[in-house]
Design a protein around this ligand. Structure first.
Ligand SMILES: Nc1ncnc2c1ncn2[C@@H]1O[C@H](COP(=O)(O)OP(=O)(O)OP(=O)(O)O)[C@@H](O)[C@H]1O
Ligand SMILES: [Mg+2]
Length: 328
């Protein structure tokens, strides 16, 4: 049985339709990503699933419990990291988590050890008695993840968990998040703007203007583009474009000082392109489609204006997470 099941979910705020009849399922133990630009309806969907908002129509269940009629059962089985920080800055890290454990009715005999376990899990054990107001942004976010798992939920909702963090802190946080499905069997439902983070997901739904416009694994989504992109610099790009069209039936476009062509198999096409253009070729590079290309392809716009470079640490965290599949 899917751990999250959403059917025809719609939410109107007055005249604004924030969520427009979405349907999807999330399997247990996976990382499911909700990807979309500002105002797409991501937070609204999370708020409905967390029982903080009532939908206008449609149905949603989490852990088999109905989000409308069985809200307390849903709440006790989930953890949430909200888009905006919700820690009490005048309490210590330990006190924040203990307070949460009490609110969540964690058995009194187990509270302290679960809180300390969660602090250890995110690497904040040594700082447990420090006031949260003395924490860095990355540490606060890690503490929020720790708080969200103290009561041992089976589903964790993360709304833009790394927003505003520097690449190093993002990598660090992802290192903890990706351990959750593997070590604790937790299902993760997350939203993000960052394409590199979305690569971590087992499945992704792309949402735009309240509607899901595509769904699949990162690899499946990239296949929607229909191939690789070959970038060429030549002595005369306009002339090269013409020759490639006439002789190889390849249709390209000029972008800046390069021309790019979408092809089915980059490796196979490049020798033929070089043979055809000869010495006019100054440089060639092959790019596999990114999730950003997918988004551009589907919506005609970039997911986010500013881009942020992936740090090597984040790439390594993603690779480490992927390796668990290789081990089976
Ligand atoms: N409480 C509210 N009252 C009125 N409109 C709202 C409310 N909450 C959200 N909206 C509107 O619903 C739409 C979807 O908002 P939502 O916060 O779900 O987007 P989002 O995908 O989370 O965006 P972001 O990436 O900026 O966080 C937006 O047009 C927003 O203005
Ligand atoms: Mg949001």
């Amino acid at each position: 049985m899917p751990v999250i099941s959403v059917n025809g979910l719609t939410k109107d705020f007055g005249k604004i339709r924030a969520v427009d009849g979405i349907t999807f399922k999330v399997e247990r133990g996976c990382i499911f990503g909700f990807l979309g630009p500002n105002g797409a309806g991501k937070t609204t969907t999370i708020n409905i699933l967390c029982t903080l908002l009532k939908p206008t129509s449609g149905k949603a269940t989490v852990n088999g419990f109905d989000c409308m009629t069985e809200a307390p059962k849903v709440r006790s089985s989930i953890g949430v990291v909200f888009q905006d920080m919700t820690l009490d800055k005048d309490l210590t890290a330990f006190e924040n988590l203990l307070y949460h454990a009490i609110l969540y009715d964690v058995e009194s005999g187990k509270r302290k050890s679960l809180v300390l376990d969660a602090l250890r899990f995110v690497g904040l054990y040594e700082r447990r008695n420090d006031l949260v107001k003395r924490f860095s942004g990355g540490m606060k976010r890690r503490l929020e993840v720790a708080r969200a798992v103290v009561h041992q939920p089976s589903v964790l909702f993360l709304d833009e968990p790394t927003l505003g963090l520097d690449p190093q802190s993002r990598a660090n946080l992802w290192d903890f998040i990706t351990k959750l499905p593997v070590q604790k069997g937790v299902t993760i439902f997350m939203t993000t703007h960052y394409m590199d983070e979305a690569e971590v997901c087992d499945r992704i739904a792309i949402i735009d203007k309240g509607r899901i416009i595509a769904e699949g694994s990162p690899e499946e989504l990239k296949k929607l583009i229909g191939g690789d992109v070959v970038y060429l610099k030549t002595t005369n790009n306009a002339e090269a474009l013409k020759i490639l069209k006439e002789r190889l039936s390849l249709v390209g476009k000029i972008k800046g000082d390069e021309l790019f062509i979408t092809v089915t198999k980059g490796e196979a096409c490049i020798p033929e392109i070089i043979r055809t253009l000869g010495e006019a070729v100054l440089s060639v590079r092959l790019q596999r489609p990114t999730l950003n290309d997918v988004f551009l392809h589907l919506t005609g716009k970039e997911i986010r204006e500013e881009t942020i470079d992936s740090s090597d640490e984040l790439k390594e965290a993603i690779r480490a997470y992927r390796r668990r599949f290789d081990r089976g």
